[in-house]
Design a protein around this ligand. Sequence first.
Ligand SMILES: NC(=O)c1ccc[n+]([C@@H]2O[C@H](COP(=O)([O-])OP(=O)(O)OC[C@H]3O[C@@H](n4cnc5c(N)ncnc54)[C@H](O)[C@@H]3O)[C@@H](O)[C@H]2O)c1
Length: 281
Amino acid sequence: MGSRSVIVTGAARGLGHAMAEVLRIAGHDVLAVDRDALSARDFAAGAGRLETLSIDLAIDDAADRILADCQSRFGRIEGLVSCAGIGQETISADFVTKPVNFWTVDDRDWDRIFAVNLRAAFRLCRAAAPHMVAAGWGRFVIVTTSLETMIRVGMVPYGPSKAALEAMAAIMAKELEGTGVTSNVLVPGGPANTRMMPNIPEPQRSMLVQPDVMRAPVTWLMSDEADGINGMRFRANAWDDSLPGPESAKVAGAPAAWAGIQGGAAKVAGRNEPITSGGVS
Ligand SMILES: NC(=O)c1ccc[n+]([C@@H]2O[C@H](COP(=O)([O-])OP(=O)(O)OC[C@H]3O[C@@H](n4cnc5c(N)ncnc54)[C@H](O)[C@@H]3O)[C@@H](O)[C@H]2O)c1
């Protein structure tokens, strides 16, 4: 097929910007979404179209408005790269050196972070899925975080919000099995050099993962070659773009979430099993 219509959230900067730009370069029609103002001029030209929409994902009708915008511009919705996120840096700019203890986190910060990282992503996936399933082809690429970060000291509520998002992506993969629509997780593979990691001086800053690592894996995941790749998580900094896509996917990929940790009870991208089966507690 080639050119797809893809929504990328969090596209004003950082990982989302890199992914929106490369998808356009690869020939896809991209709706770049962010709360902050963004302009098509900020993205390198490519074979695809790139339109922008400035909207706060935390507002109640954001998903409906984004989907309607994508439909009216491109006439179809085939991919969603859910990348927008906020974290501990919105509680304390010093969170890397002075961890935020969970007992100091107030309800407002908890709600704010979960509203963007989990609820907004859920609403977009919920709104987009029927379009993709009806078309028999679609891609969800969900940006969570490293499994270590989900349980790192000082990471409430960011870590739990991303753990819940990872779980959602894995459940989506199972429910979408056989529909032609896939759900995979893509993470940079470590702390990345973006606004989310403030107050890190050089030379440590340059040693962070660069946003560009997201380009090759997201391009591959959006391609027809990735048909049937479902329920996986990919570490972008482990992607080796000197290898053919399927081989690089083997190197950088593993089952999403925590499949198998309960004595093999869970399945990765398997059948639609009742939640009570298999002894998963
Ligand atoms: N930077 C890291 O170390 C790191 C590591 C693992 C995963 N991630 C994840 O990668 C994703 C991108 O983060 P980043 O590092 O590029 O950070 P970033 O702050 O550079 O980019 C995040 C973007 O999301 C947008 N956004 C935030 N809240 C929004 C809202 N309510 N509505 C619309 N847009 C909103 C921001 O305006 C921003 O442009 C996040 O989901 C983050 O959790 C980041």
